[in-house]
Design a protein around this ligand. Structure first.
Ligand code: AP5
Length: 210
């Protein structure tokens, strides 16, 4: 199956996509993660997008569409994929229609209070990029990744001003995609408020593993 994961920042898209990727044996493709890896490696792309991402704004459509076009041309996507964080604008969604067939756009529904709670407590491993949460998914040792021993950090775009801006950007530019996919009968709403295990069970019930 070819999935799009929609939802506001902090809805848990990345956390669930990691679990779905393992369960369904399909790659998890996160545009945010691709950009952060480029920033870490100080590539020309990384240098270009760093300030945009730190502020919570969106990277330009052209750059992002090219990136996804290239990623979806790779052979590991032939039996399915999860797009996490793409498309994020109507222009990206229209471009995607020319690149790949989509089976379902899953909308992870959550309120702003929970979003702020999740993002302000998120900690990310510098080495392997795994996500933790100080309350909901704490690491075994404070500030140390339980998977690889790397140091945990707070993303620049998880600072209060950037979270506020990301929510505004989400409402104005990304939320219209809900109606875009609903009109095509591709939308599936899932309540993202429960714990990850429960959200995964709801997902598996909606899309039985083949
Ligand atoms: P991106 O990385 O995609 O950020 P985002 O969409 O804002 O999503 P997040 O990663 O913040 O949240 P998430 O929903 O994945 O939640 P997570 O699972 O981590 O994009 C970053 C930036 O890159 C953008 O702002 C933009 O600048 C740029 N960009 C990316 N794609 C782009 C595009 N297509 N076009 C243009 N620009 C683009 O969970 C959050 C926290 O909650 C974690 O701490 C986690 O442990 C915890 N948590 C998760 N699930 C649960 C749960 N069920 N219960 C309790 N806690 C939970």
């Amino acid at each position: 199956m070819n999935f799009i994961f929609l939802g506001p920042p902090g809805a848990g898209k990345g956390t669930l996509a990691a679990a779905v990727s393992v369960t369904y044996g399909i790659p998890h493709i996160s545009t945010g993660e691709i950009f952060r890896a480029a920033i870490k490696a100080q590539t020309p792309l990384g240098c270009k997008v760093k300030a945009i991402i730190d502020s919570g704004a969106l990277v330009g459509d052209d750059i992002t569409i090219e990136l996804i076009k290239e990623r979806l041309s790779q052979p590991d996507t032939k039996d399915g994929f999860i797009l996490d964080g793409f498309p994020r604008t109507i222009a990206q969604a229209e471009a995607l229609e020319k690149i790949a067939h989509i089976d379902s756009a899953v909308n992870f529904d959550i309120d702003d209070t929970a979003v702020v709670e999740r993002l302000s407590g998120r900690r990310v491993c510098r080495k392997c990029s795994h996500n933790f949460h100080v309350v909901f998914m704490p690491p075994e040792k404070e500030n140390i990744c339980s998977l690889c021993g790397g140091e945990l950090y707070v993303r620049d775009d998880d600072k209060p001003e950037a979270i506020k801006h990301r929510l505004e950007v989400y409402r104005s530019q990304t939320a219209p995609l809900i109606d875009f996919y609903r009109a095509k009968n591709l939308l599936k709403d899932i309540d993202a408020k429960p714990a990850t295990e429960a959200v995964l069970e709801t997902f598996k019930a909606a899309f039985p593993v083949q």
